[in-house]
Design a protein around this ligand. Structure first.
Ligand code: ATP
Ligand code: MG
Length: 160
């Protein structure tokens, strides 16, 4: 198991964490973003997508609150950003192809509890919790495979 706990002091620091994470991701990776409304899930996803896009293609990154899914073509492959808060029926996103995207794209999913059993078992889970006006307690967890891949990131971000 991989379980990293840290606190970021600002949106900028959460963006730094997202950037470090972005460098480790490749197609087939799924990142589940948990936490209450306003915790910073979209901020983290947006920061991550910006790094995956690279400096040459900085397009708008709207929140997928109303569209359920936004997709991006990036130099690192396709990226899916989903917000399932409003999902009432799982078939809505399965019809969009989300389960295939789990295998072929980098997927970032807000409100993944809506997926139930359809959430991939090998996903990385990031849980954000407000810990002050601009502080966020962040837990990053996943399988032992993630521990190996995230060793450098964990060393950089582990609380002293
Ligand atoms: N340390 C921090 N990390 C991330 N965001 C922070 C931090 N401190 C303050 N914020 C602010 O918190 C807000 C988080 O909003 P965001 O839309 O990302 O939340 P969300 O978790 O996606 O909510 P929702 O469930 O409504 O989609 C942003 O305005 C962001 O600037
Ligand atoms: Mg959001």
């Amino acid at each position: 198991m991989f379980d990293l706990r840290l606190t970021t002091a600002s949106p900028a620091q959460t963006a730094d964490l997202a950037a470090d994470l972005a460098r480790l991701l490749s197609p087939g990776d799924v990142v589940l973003l948990q936490g209450p409304i306003g915790a910073g899930k979209t901020h983290l996803a947006r920061s991550l997508i910006r790094v995956l896009q690279g400096p040459d293609m900085a397009e708008d990154i709207p929140s997928p609150t109303f569209t359920l899914v936004q997709t991006y073509d990036t130099p690192r492959g396709e990226v899916w950003h989903a917000d399932l808060y409003r999902l009432t029926d799982l078939t809505e996103v399965l019809e969009l192809g989300l389960d295939e995207a789990f295998e072929t794209a980098i997927c970032l999913v807000e409100w993944p509890d809506r997926l139930g059993d359809a959430a991939p078992e090998d996903a990385l889970t990031i849980t954000l919790a407000p810990a002050g006006e601009t502080e966020r307690a962040i837990a990053v967890s996943g399988s032992a495979d993630w521990a190996a891949r995230m060793a450098d990131l964990a060393a950089r971000w582990a609380a002293p």
